[in-house]
Design a protein around this ligand. Sequence first.
Ligand SMILES: Nc1ncnc2c1ncn2[C@@H]1O[C@H](COP(=O)(O)OP(=O)(O)OP(=O)(O)O)[C@@H](O)[C@H]1O
Ligand SMILES: [Mg+2]
Length: 329
Amino acid sequence: MATAQQLKALIESYTEHNSDRFLSVATQIAAHAARSGNNKLAEELKKLIDEAHRKQKIEPSLSKTIPIAQPTGDLSGLFSASYPKTRLTDMVLDENLKERLERVITEYKQFDLLSSHGLSPRRKLLLVGPSGCGKSMTASTLAGELNLPLLTVQFHILITKYMGETAAKLRVIFDAMKQTRGVYLFDEFDAIGVHRTSGQDVGEIRRVLNSFLVFLEEDNSTSIIIAASNLETHLDNALFRRFDDTLHYSLPTLPMAQQLIENRLCNFSIDNIAWNTVLKAAKDMTHADVVKACEDAAKDAVLDDRKEINTKELKKSLVQRCRIKKKPT
Ligand SMILES: Nc1ncnc2c1ncn2[C@@H]1O[C@H](COP(=O)(O)OP(=O)(O)OP(=O)(O)O)[C@@H](O)[C@H]1O
Ligand SMILES: [Mg+2]
């Protein structure tokens, strides 16, 4: 068995996201097991460690987990940082979108291989579609799948908070992408992504958009850059060609709505649901609203100490969720 010291070191290295130290401590534990005569355990640990080393060799630039701290100094207030655990299997996606995301993940995992052939993986992505259909969740998923931190820039805040110096702040963000590999999400991209010639244009926004396009084009970091927008028709054409891929999001189809419900209510009994009735109520709802309606039904069940959720209750939650949406704000 490992010593208390070794266990502590193992946990510390995990907290520090220091995979080299983690493996070195694991090797010490294997050696300790061998010395104590526990050869079977030593052998098994050695195999696991060898496998981890082998993986590190295949994907050297990806094997080091990026240490994450809330941005400080120049970067504080520009974005928020998190380490999402979301996976692709958590998302309900149509086949096309799923394939496109899988492709981003595969290409990024093979960064070094592609680079050695003069090819660059897709890493500048524009996500467009209605609110609540998974754009931000996609950014979390890519971060979760690729073991990268997610750094979210709220454009709206950036522009209002740093009026007059937004372009300079953008430069700071693009510089940070080179220092800290991560998924950088520019949320509420509509705030600057509007037609450069549209009537809403004000000088500041035009300058910021132009700077963004230049920085995006020049960027040769290893970070993933995502811009998310609800307003496809308002986006400037110049934007589309600066991205490696544009991903379109839309409301869930009825089978997708069913999948969302089944996923969210997997801890409850929903075997007797009349899907026709329920899905009629879920028609034209966003992913987010379907999920929230499920959570409402789940809360009612928990408070009533029930494990089962029936058609009537689920339908009621869905209808109520639609009404909340339609209320004038
Ligand atoms: N494709 C999806 N699969 C599973 N759950 C989803 C999906 N899309 C959205 N959700 C649920 O809805 C929530 C909100 O979605 P998300 O924040 O990604 O929407 P969005 O497209 O970024 O909206 P907005 O444009 O308002 O920022 C998610 O946290 C998740 O619970
Ligand atoms: Mg969002």
